[in-house]
Design a protein around this ligand. Structure first.
Ligand SMILES: [Zn+2]
Ligand SMILES: [Zn+2]
Ligand SMILES: [Zn+2]
Length: 93
């Protein structure tokens, strides 16, 4: 990888633009590293396998309702949230 170093900050900036556009999800893996994943633009959540990194997208109306209720109870508006469930997938047990 010598000789072709693009500034990391440039890459991160481009990536975070994508995240803001909703094309890319960012999440923190077990090692505390930021990881990026291309995702559908509709709102959804993730199930992540801690061993192989597989992710499953899901939607959870209960989580939407809970987030709204908790936020509203603290007087928050224009809320966003992320929900990730991390576990071990069937293939990795
Ligand atoms: Zn996703
Ligand atoms: Zn797995
Ligand atoms: Zn949600």
């Amino acid at each position: 990888m010598e000789g072709s170093r693009v500034g990391l900050s440039t890459i991160y900036r481009a990536l975070s633009d994508l995240v803001n556009d909703g094309d890319l999800d960012v999440f923190i893996d077990n090692d505390g590293e930021s990881r990026f994943r291309l995702c559908g633009s509709h709102h959804h959540h993730h199930l992540l396998c801690r061993k192989c990194g597989k992710s499953v997208e899901f939607q959870a109306p209960e989580a939407e309702a809970l987030a709204e209720r908790l936020g509203a109870s603290e007087g928050f508006s224009e809320m966003e949230h992320r929900l990730e469930i991390i576990g071990t997938c069937q293939e990795c047990v």
